[in-house]
Write a protein that binds this ligand. Structure first.
Ligand code: WT7
Length: 664
C-alpha cells in the first residue's frame, strides 16, 4: 500500500515510530542465545569486588596461577593478578590449536582489490612462530620495543603476536600517520626495530609506504633494524635498502620453527600505544599482559557476545586501540574468527561493507558513528542490496552517536533484530567501560548505558561532588579495573598529573581516574557522554591534540601564531579549524594556506588536515592573555558567539567571523 507521495505507508509509520521511540528492548532471539543474561551480575560484581575479576582472568590459560587479584599498595600504580604468569600469543593461538580448533579460521582477510586470505589457527600459529624466530635472529630480546608501522594486512597482527610470543612489547603506529609521527614515537620508546611494508592500496591506487617509513627513520636518533613486508609485489619496487630485511624471506627461512612462548609476569608490558594529549608530546600508554588480556577477553565475551563459531568483524584499524583490543587480542583470546578489511568502505562501490558481511555471513559488526553517518548519507539503497540477515549484534565506538544515526543503524543494518552496544572507552582504559550488556539491558539511543559490572563511574562537578541526574558534569571512575593503563612510558609523573590529580585525595589514599570527558546520567543510571573537556579533538572517532597541530603550524615559515579548535562536522563529528596569524611580510595567499595544510599533514597525517585555515590579525584573548577558544569554536561551528565582554580585544571577533565566512 502506498500513499500519494509514493512511499509505502507502513514504512512511513515505522519511521515515525522509530523517531519517537526512546527505549528499545533487546530482541528475544538475541537474549535466548546471549553469553550473559543474568541481571544479577551487577550486584555480584559489586559485592565481590575485586575478586569478581577472577571471572575475566579465568577466561585465560595461566602458566602460573596468580595469588592476589589486585594489589593497591602503591596506588594509582595498581597491579592486577600479580605473580601470575602467562603468554598472550599462547592464549590467542596455541591453546585453541591444542583444544581441537586448529582448522578453524582465525583471521579472514580481504584486500581492497578483492583478494582474500584465510589463516586457520594452525596456520596463524605457524607463521607467528616463524616470524618470532626471525625477530630473535635479528637480536630482539625480551622487553625490547618493536615498532610496527603497517596498514591493515595480516602481517600486522602476525607481528604483534610474534612480539608477544617472545615478550617484546610492540608499539603500533597507525599507517596513516606521517613520517615525523613515526620518528617521534620511535625516539620516545627508544625502539630499535621496525616492521613495515612497501605499500598498500587506497581506492585502487598503490601508495608508497616504505618511502614514508624511510623518511621517518632519518629522524630516529639511534640505529634501527627494519623488516619490510612485500604487500604490492611488482606494483611497487620493493626497495629494501642496506639495513632492511625481507619479511617473506625471513619467514621462509624460519618455516617450521618452534618458538616456546615466553612466560611473562601478568604485569609485564604487552604493548605501548601512543595517543594525543593536551601537550604537544604524544603519550605512550602502557598496557600489560594479564590484566589487559583478561579485560579484553571478558568484554568481548560479555558485550560483543563473541562465540568461537562466530565470524566477527570490527571494522576499525589495528593502528588504534579499538583494533588492538577488538580485532586482535579479545577475539583471538576467545578463539573466534576475526575479519580484517584493508580498504575503504566506498571502494569500488558504497556497498562494499555490506557485500562483505553477506559473503562472509558476519555475525557481529562493530564500527564508529562517523562511519554510520557516512552510510546514512549514502542512503539505504546500498545495504538494501544485500542479505544482512546473518547479523545478530551491532556495536559503535569512538564518539557519541546521535539518536538519528543510532536509529538508522538499528533499522537499516540490524533490521530491528540486532541490539546495538554503544561502547564508551579510551586508549587508556584498554577496553569497554560504559555500555549496555546486550542480553540484559534495554537500549536508549544516544546514551552509552550503565557502567559495566565492576566499574564505578560517576558524574561529578568541579569539586568532585556527585551531580544530580540530568545535569552535565565530569565523568570519573572511582575504582581500578584490570584493563587500565599502568603508566605513561617513562613518565610516571605525567601519568599522575593527567589522570589522577584532578579528583583524587592523595592524603586519604583515595584515587579517582579522570578520563577528561563530560557526561550526564539519567535516573536509570544510563550515562550520556558529551565529549572531551580538554583541548583534544575527536575527528572521525580519532583523537587529535590541538597543541600538536598548533606546533606543526607555527613551525612553518611565515607563521607567527596559531590556534586550533574543533568545529561541528556532519560526518566527522568534529573537524579541525585553524586560525593563523602571519608574520609581518607574509601574505595570506592560497599558497600559504596550502603550505599550512601540507605542514600539518607532514607532522601528523592526513586525518589532521584542517577543514579551514582562517587568517587573522589577532586572536581573541582574555585580559590575562589566554586565547578564548570557546569563541573560536563557536565561529567554526557557525553558532551564536555569546559573551565577548571579558575579551581584551572584542572587536577582533567580528573580523574573524567575517574572514571565516569567506575562507571556509
Ligand atoms: C575518547 C577516547 C575507545 C576507542 C576509540 C577512541 C570518545 C569513545 C565513545 C562513546 C562517546 C566516546 C571519548 C573518549 N569516545 N567512545 N561510545 N561515546 N564518546 O579511543 O582515541 O582513546 O579516544 O573517545 O571522548 O575520551 P581514544
Amino acid at each position: 500500500m502506498s500513499d500519494e507521495s509514493g512511499e509505502p505507508e507502513v514504512e512511513v509509520e515505522l519511521e515515525a515510530r522509530l523517531e519517537e521511540q526512546e527505549t528499545f528492548e533487546p530482541p528475544e532471539s538475541f537474549v535466548e542465545q546471549a553469553n550473559v543474561t543474568d541481571p544479577g551480575i551487577y550486584e555480584e560484581f559489586e559485592e565481590d569486588w575485586p575478586e569478581c575479576w577472577e571471572r575475566a582472568a579465568d577466561l585465560l590459560s595461566w602458566n602460573e596461577a596468580y595469588g592476589t587479584v589486585l594489589n593497591d599498595e602503591n596506588a594509582p600504580f595498581y597491579e592486577w593478578f600479580p605473580d601470575g604468569k602467562l603468554n598472550a600469543s599462547y592464549n590467542c593461538l596455541d591453546r585453541h590449536v591444542e583444544e581441537g580448533a586448529k582448522n578453524r579460521a582465525a583471521i579472514k582477510w580481504e584486500g581492497e582489490l578483492g583478494e582474500t586470505r584465510t589463516y586457520t589457527y594452525n596456520e596463524l600459529l605457524n607463521e607467528v612462530e616463524a616470524f618470532a624466530a626471525s625477530l630473535r635472529d635479528l637480536g630482539v630480546e625480551e622487553d625490547d620495543v618493536v615498532t610496527l608501522y603497517m596498514p591493515m594486512i595480516p602481517e600486522l597482527p602476525i607481528a604483534m603476536l610474534a612480539c608477544a610470543r617472545i615478550g617484546a612489547p610492540h608499539s603500533v603506529v597507525f599507517a596513516g600517520f606521517s613520517a615525523d609521527a613515526l620518528a617521534t614515537r620511535m625516539n620516545s620508546a627508544e625502539s630499535e626495530y621496525l616492521v613495515t611494508c612497501d605499500g598498500y592500496y587506497r581506492r585502487g591506487d598503490a601508495l608508497n609506504h616504505k618511502q614514508k617509513a624511510d623518511k621517518g627513520l632519518r629522524g630516529v636518533e639511534h640505529g634501527v633494524q627494519t623488516v619490510v613486508v612485500d604487500r604490492l609485489g611488482d606494483e611497487l619496487t620493493h626497495f629494501l635498502g642496506n639495513d632492511a630485511y625481507d619479511y617473506g624471506e625471513l619467514v621462509a627461512e624460519h618455516e617450521g620453527a618452534s618458538v616456546e612462548p615466553v612466560s611473562r609476569d601478568a604485569e609485564d608490558m604487552l604493548f605501548l600505544m601512543y595517543t594525543s594529549g593536551t601537550t604537544g608530546e604524544p603519550k605512550g600508554v602502557k598496557h600489560t599482559t594479564g590484566g589487559y588480556l583478561a579485560y579484553t577477553a571478558w568484554t568481548s565475551r560479555a558485550v560483543l557476545d563473541v562465540k568461537p563459531e562466530d565470524t566477527y568483524w570490527c571494522a576499525a584499524d589495528i593502528g588504534w586501540i579499538t583494533g588492538h583490543s577488538y580485532i586482535v587480542y579479545g577475539p583471538l583470546a576467545l578463539g573466534t574468527t576475526t575479519m580484517m578489511y584493508e580498504g575503504t568502505p566506498d571502494y569500488p562501490e558504497k556497498d562494499r561493507l555490506w557485500e562483505l558481511i553477506e559473503r562472509n555471513r558476519v555475525d557481529t559488526f562493530y564500527t564508529a558513528p562517523t562511519a554510520i553517518r557516512s552510510f546514512m548519507k549514502w542512503g539505504e539503497t546500498y545495504p538494501d542490496r544485500h542479505d544482512l540477515s546473518s547479523l545478530r549484534l551491532l556495536g559503535t565506538v569512538g564518539e557519541p552517536i546521535n539518536p538519528r544515526a543510532w536509529k538508522w543503524y538499528y533499522k537499516h543494518i540490524g533490521n530491528e533484530e540486532c541490539p546495538i552496544v554503544d561502547t564508551w572507552w579510551q586508549t587508556e582504559t584498554g577496553g569497554m567501560m560504559i555500555t549496555t550488556l546486550p542480553g540484559i539491558n534495554e537500549m536508549k539511543p544516544g546514551s552509552a548505558g550503565p557502567p559495566l559490572p565492576g566499574i564505578d563511574a560517576r558524574i561529578v562537578d568541579s569539586e568532585g561532588e556527585t551531580v544530580d541526574p540530568g545535569n552535565a558534569g565530569y565523568l570519573t571512575v572511582n575504582n581500578p579495573w584490570p584493563g587500565m593503563l599502568r603508566t605513561l612510558y617513562n613518565n610516571d609523573e605525567r601519568f599522575i598529573q593527567e589522570y589522577w590529580q584532578e579528583y583524587s585525595d592523595e592524603d586519604s589514599d583515595e584515587w579517582v581516574y579522570f578520563p577528561e570527558d563530560g557526561a550526564k546520567i539519567d535516573d536509570d543510571g544510563y550515562v550520556t557522554v558529551l565529549g572531551r573537556v580538554d583541548d583534544v579533538l575527536n575527528v572521525s572517532g580519532h583523537r587529535l591534540g590541538t597543541m600538536e597541530i598548533e606546533s606543526a603550524i607555527v613551525g612553518i615559515g611565515g607563521v607567527a601564531e596559531a590556534a586550533v579548535v574543533g568545529g561541528d562536522h556532519e560526518v566527522k563529528g568534529e573537524a579541525v579549524y585553524a586560525y593563523v596569524i602571519l608574520e609581518d611580510g607574509s601574505e595570506p595567499t592560497d599558497e600559504m594556506r596550502e603550505r599550512i595544510v601540507e605542514g600539518v599533514e607532514d607532522a601528523i597525517g592526513p586525518i589532521a588536515r584542517p577543514e579551514a585555515v582562517v587568517f587573522t590579525s589577532e586572536l581573541p584573548k582574555t585580559r590575562s592573555g589566554k586565547i578564548m577558544r570557546r569563541l573560536l569554536e563557536n565561529i567554526a561551528s557557525g553558532d551564536e558567539l555569546g559573551d565577548t565582554s571579558t575579551l581584551r580585544n572584542p572587536e577582533i571577533v567580528d573580523e574573524i567571523a567575517e574572514r571565516a565566512a569567506v575562507d571556509t
